[in-house]
Design a protein around this ligand. Structure first.
Ligand code: SAM
Length: 293
């Protein structure tokens, strides 16, 4: 793109008046562009730039530092994939925690399971939750549920004070820069292990196998040193550059490959089915090779 005059990270007004959001992907030597119909909210918090935009292709989008986090058009894929799989892998999850709140979509899926007594949402940036409550679909309802506790803290520090506290942990971390860097430190995975009950399960957003391969491999390697069961699975999230996205589940006792799928609470799901849950662990050869390097 020529005549680039960025005023906010990633946003560019074209000479024809159109506003675009450009997500820079130096690993691929490309940028992904999203046509913006309206910039609804922008602020610079103590941690990051927070934007909410109405896009032409993906509906309402929550953006941090110029990187799309979730959209109303395809956020259901991410929310269902990060949440349903650990929630059925553990046979009776009661105490849930989630690091990385954002719009709280995964928490809203977890609360569909009637064994759930408590969901602690740990978000470093209180402004993110306040902005999402106003502009995005899930945060306000989640925050007002009496099973939910909102904690504003750095997940890396917070988790060190939690021992055998959670049946299921969802690590909905941003990409490895800015405030999320600590959530990629090797020590973090040991703290995650120690915060889980003796049969606890964690799922971690582990990035694009296509352009974040090193990060995915390091995550899996670190988890394998600590947990007996580690399973990476994939889905397609159209608004994320490259489309294909990974999550990695680590478990002390239960294997998702033999989970009791009659417990799935997918009555109003748009992505997850029992067949999909079984098949998402089948990895393409290049991902298998990446993980065995
Ligand atoms: N899927 C989410 C949604 O539905 O909005 C997007 C969550 S976004 C990937 C990750 C969130 O983690 C952001 O809201 C960011 O502020 C938060 N975060 C980043 N670093 C953190 C940290 N060290 N501790 C806790 N939260 C953190």
């Amino acid at each position: 793109m020529t005549n680039r005059k960025p005023s906010l990270t990633g946003f560019q007004k074209e000479s024809n008046g159109e506003l675009w959001l450009w997500d820079d992907l130096p690993q691929l030597h490309m940028e992904a562009g999203y046509k913006v119909e309206a910039l609804l909210h922008y602020e610079r918090s103590a941690y990051q730039e927070i934007s909410i935009v109405e896009t032409k292709g993906f509906g309402r989008m929550f953006v941090l530092d110029g990187t799309p986090q979730v959209t109303t058009k395809d956020g259901f894929v991410y929310n269902e994939m990060i949440t349903h799989i650990p929630m059925v892998t553990h046979p009776a999850p009661r105490r849930i925690a989630m690091i990385g709140g954002g719009d709280c979509g995964p928490a809203s899926v977890a609360m569909k399971y009637d064994t759930v007594e408590q969901v602690e949402v740990v978000e470093i940036d209180e402004r993110v939750i306040e902005v999402c409550k106003v502009w995005m679909p899930n945060a306000a309802a989640v925050a007002s549920d009496n099973r939910v506790q909102m904690t504003y803290a750095d997940g890396y520090r917070w988790i060190q004070g939690r021992k055998k506290a959670f049946d299921v942990l969802l690590i909905d971390r941003s990409d490895p820069y800015g405030p999320a860097v600590s959530l990629y430190k090797p020590a973090f995975y040991q703290y995650v292990h120690d915060s889980l009950t003796n049969d606890g399960v964690v799922v971690i957003q582990s990035g694009s196998p296509c352009y974040n391969g090193n990060s995915l491999r390091n995550t899996v390697r670190s988890l394998k040193r600590i947990f007996p069961i580690v399973r990476t699975y994939l889905c397609c999230i159209p608004s994320f550059p490259g489309g294909i996205w990974s999550f990695t589940l680590a478990s002390k006792q239960y294997d998702p490959l033999i989970a009791d799928l009659s417990r799935l609470r997918t009555e109003d799901a748009k992505y997850m089915t029992p067949e999909l849950l079984r098949s998402c662990f089948v990895l393409p050869r290049y991902v298998q090779d990446l993980l065995s390097e």
